[in-house]
Design a protein around this ligand. Structure first.
Ligand SMILES: [Zn+2]
Length: 250
């Protein structure tokens, strides 16, 4: 396959040492998917490429690529950084988990489409100080479809009812209405308000979800439910998630 120079727009999110002073950095782009870049000499002091590929940097990068395997970073234009994410341990942990989660849902170079917008939206919000826990829950609910396990949130999975009181069933893959509460024993026994939040954050376009505010108790319950949904349908075991959970004990 031929190699070509290409300009891509994206967010840098994972770095690891490569050969000598070189670095491997992952970039998340919309049209070209997730790409691992070799950044030559990035670990040398004063390296401009190194500075442009710090975690949570974003902008236009010029890469030399064949569309598979490793690509090379050649230069960059107008790179900025979400410095709120870079400097704050908690925000950093949430953002790293979100990007990790998206990373695992796609193979390299697979276009991300609206999931790129979801990542971009989430990072901007967390960077600006919006409730990171809530933003993360939104991303998790919306990302289930990228993993091929999109839940039925619009209507009861059994009878199709769209309005009323609902609970969630992982086994049935979505919400069930109160008509089946007595007979359906796979349900999570969430409070109606908690299921309503899962539906809202899973269904609404992200642009309309910016200012959602929920009390701590409800947020904890939806967190637990989402963790269960992920554990029982995808089972990822991500280090970034473990770290985030540990961080909450402090
Ligand atoms: Zn029903």
């Amino acid at each position: 396959m031929t190699r070509e120079l290409k300009e891509v727009q994206g967010i840098i999110f994972k770095r690891q040492k490569y050969k000598e002073a070189d670095l491997l950095a992952k970039i998340m782009t919309k049209e070209n998917g997730i790409i691992t870049l070799v950044v030559k000499g990035a670990l040398r002091p004063k390296s401009k490429l190194g500075a442009a590929t710090l975690n949570f940097s974003y902008g236009d990068y010029v890469i030399y690529t064949s569309g598979h395997g490793l690509s090379n970073l050649r230069t960059y234009k107008e790179v900025r950084q979400f410095d709120g994410l870079y400097n704050d341990l908690t925000k950093n942990a949430y953002a790293s988990f979100i990007l990790d989660l998206i990373d695992h849902a796609f193979v390299e170079y697979q276009p991300l489409g609206r999931y790129y917008d979801l990542a971009d939206f989430a990072l901007k919000k967390i960077n600006d100080g919006v409730d990171a826990e809530m933003i993360t829950q939104i991303v998790q609910m919306q990302l289930l479809s990228a993993y091929g396990v999109e839940p039925q949130l619009r209507q009861c999975v059994i009878c199709g009812r769209q309005k009323g009181i609902f609970d969630y069933s992982i086994k049935l893959g979505g919400v069930i209405c109160s008509d089946h509460f007595r007979t359906e024993n796979s349900r999570l026994h969430l409070k109606p308000k908690e299921t309503a939040i899962l539906r809202t954050i899973g269904l609404l376009p992200i642009q309309r979800l910016g200012n959602i505010s929920i009390n701590e108790e409800t947020k904890k319950a939806t967190r637990k439910a989402i963790d269960r949904i992920y554990r029982q349908t995808i089972d990822l075991n991500l280090k970034t998630k473990k770290f985030l959970d540990e961080l909450k004990f402090f």
